[in-house]
Design a protein around this ligand. Sequence first.
Ligand code: FE2
Ligand code: FE2
Length: 194
Amino acid sequence: MPVAKAERSREFLARIRQTLGEKRVMHSVFVAEYFSSFAGHAGLDHDEAVAAGLLHDLARGMEKEELLAQARARRIPMGEAQLLKPLLLHGPVAAEICREEFGISDDVHEAVYWHTTGRPGMGRLALGLCVADFAEPSRDYPEAAEARDILRKSGFGPAVLYVFEKKVEFGRAKEVTDPNTAATLFWLREHPPA
Ligand SMILES: [Fe+2]
Ligand SMILES: [Fe+2]
């Protein structure tokens, strides 16, 4: 089903256009479209997938200071990683803003909140958003194409595992990583999604 037909998609699109540049708006639309293409197969609600895809990076254009101020004002818990790298707060801040402004469901809130780091025990919509964000077709790293291939050939569970393996691998090259990502991979290996 096309993204434009999803409930409230125009409203969400208008909202992200207020805060994001064209490139990030396009990325968000690609995430929503790609997520929408496999949500049904993965047993997920189509409109929730579109909402999560469109809204997930709503706070991605905020400066570090604003992310920290927003997180403090909204009492979002912060660890060392968030203090060193406030960009990690763009998911949590977006999730809180969207709940306030749009009354999004708990599943969409969870997906937007954890889309960068992951969290052990996260729900299926949230896992799906991580795959869609990592592998949407305009991503230019080869692992995105590989993730799409795995999803097509082997299904949702193997694609989720692959995406988190790569997230952990990419994280090793970064100065600051949130420990939730490695913990999520560990959890996924113990509880592989179907
Ligand atoms: Fe993001
Ligand atoms: Fe994103």
